[in-house]
Design a protein around this ligand. Sequence first.
Ligand SMILES: [Zn+2]
Length: 321
Amino acid sequence: MCEEKYIDAHVHPLIDPMKIIKEADNACVDKLFLLATEILLKKINDKKVRERLRRISEETFFLLDLEIYRRLGVSDIVKALEMFYEDLLKSYSEARILSEDVLEIWRIFPDRIVPIGSIDPDLPEDLLMKRLKELYKLGIKGIKLLPTLQLFDPEDNDGFEIIMEFAEKNKLIMIIHTGCDPGPFEIPALSQWANPLKLERVLERYSPIIILAHIGSYCAYRYGIWFNEALRILKRFENVYADTSAVNDFIFYEERIIKKIREEVGFERILFGSDYPVVLNSTIKEEIDLVLESPYINDYERHLILRENAEKILKEISRDL
Ligand SMILES: [Zn+2]
């Protein structure tokens, strides 16, 4: 039934695993990267974190993102802050998927799933190392981090450096969220740590395989927000890849974007991602069709994006368990 088989580099186990596999079958996807999201929930109550969030909220409310606050349905700053914390707590409890949950699904479908764990870089150092070793032993193939929901600055975080070093030494894939995120993180100032340029300094020191999720471009009210920044990082560091999750309609349907990728970095490090089931009302098949039907890429590029690049990564990180 399938002429070709594809690889999806960005799926969240937010629904019944059987349904995910069924969706994958329907889309001719034979392998998918399944992503955990581990967050230290109590961090939100930290005094320093709260102060910083309050400061960002105040600054952006009056300056940069007034229009976005309006679109989010906010009319005054007191209400904005209230909503902000409410949303944040909500997105926190919703976004929590343990690495163990991903590993469990992998054990049921070992040939279909690439298990990507997650870890909060603000864990105390001894616990962080212990957790990294534990996840590695359990068979994790990569680590997903989110500077948005995990509230960390990649330019200034010791735990992040420890994780990068561990990933380089042990051949784990790093997947880093870049761009805005749903909920309050649609406010660009609040997502500023997910600007790909924030990774530049640490990439000068560590070079694991790293995937910029959403190619810096996801942002409901400012689509393509840090696309140029993502390109700059791709151009500078050979070990950096990017996935197209949540922005397939943007990347593959803007001729200037395709041209820029082709001319500045090429398609050898661009991976297809569906972000299933996060993109509302969209299936893996619909996301793949966006790539298959794009008028701007050729068949060779399509094949790289939908299969070959991901296959190359999997070969590079393969190890015996
Ligand atoms: Zn995602």
